[in-house]
Design a protein around this ligand. Structure first.
Ligand SMILES: *[C@@H]1O[C@H](CO)[C@@H](O)[C@H](O)[C@H]1NC(C)=O
Length: 222
């Protein structure tokens, strides 16, 4: 192999590894589920937040980008069996105050507070990333959907999202200097978003590629 070909291949790999961190919106509704906010926006140009997911074998690849969220904040992508959060599962990104590498965890939400599920986060999140790039919060990872290996305590606190259907929630808020999360705001841009209709995350069913946004099924509290 010639040196120039190797260099070309190498730079292609570098470029594609950057691209793979960005939400693949061209696949929305085809091989990927997407929820873009506000209603009717299309790309990172006009969307303030884009959440996408894709099934790959037994896990869900989740990718989130948001212009609303800064260093030192958290994002919660919540799954609820009804239109309120309470005893529900959250895919959570924590952005470091420094703007450097943060954490991706799973947490349990009651109506009033949110607790990280330590074992579930270790066992069921792979390749999590959370950082701020060009003023945008970017995070994601692979969420393993099978939680039978979890201990009973945490298993009781987690939905098996590959079965059933869920309202989606998007919220964000501050993390203080002690690492404590503070609740999201309740009005305006800081209030949580909720999908009006429910989404399925079943494997190989077309509804798991739902374009939650283009169906016009978002309920705004904004
Ligand atoms: C909380 O959610 C879990 C997971 O879906 C479920 O197994 C459990 O029964 C729920 N508990 C209550 C009190 O609703």
């Amino acid at each position: 192999m010639s040196t120039s070909l190797i260099i070309t291949l190498l730079s292609f790999c570098l470029i594609s590894s950057t691209i793979s961190r960005v939400t693949h919106i061209e696949e929305c509704g085809i091989s990927r589920g997407c929820w873009r906010l506000p209603l009717g926006c299309k790309t990172s140009e006009d969307c303030s937040t884009m959440i996408t997911w894709k099934h790959e074998r037994r896990h869900l690849i989740v990718e989130i980008e948001s212009k609303l969220v800064k260093a030192g904040q958290w994002i919660g992508f919540g799954f609820s069996k009804d239109d309120q959060m309470g005893n529900d599962t959250v895919f959570e990104c924590q952005f470091a105050e420094s703007g450097g590498a943060g954490n991706v965890v799973l947490s349990h939400n009651t109506a009033k507070n949110n607790v990280v599920l330590q074992k579930a986060s270790e066992m069921l999140i792979r390749d999590g990333y959370a950082d701020i790039e060009n003023g945008k919060a970017m995070c994601g990872g692979e969420m393993i959907l099978d939680n039978i290996h979890l201990d009973l305590v945490e298993r009781k606190l987690m939905h098996v999202i590959s079965s059933g259907q869920y309202n989606l929630f998007f919220a964000f808020g501050n993390i203080d200097s002690k690492g404590e999360k503070h609740m999201h705001g309740m009005v305006g841009k800081e209030a949580p978003w909720r999908s009006k209709e429910q989404v399925r995350f079943c494997q190989r069913c077309s509804s798991s590629f739902a374009n939650v946004d283009t169906n016009g099924i978002i309920d705004f509290k904004h």
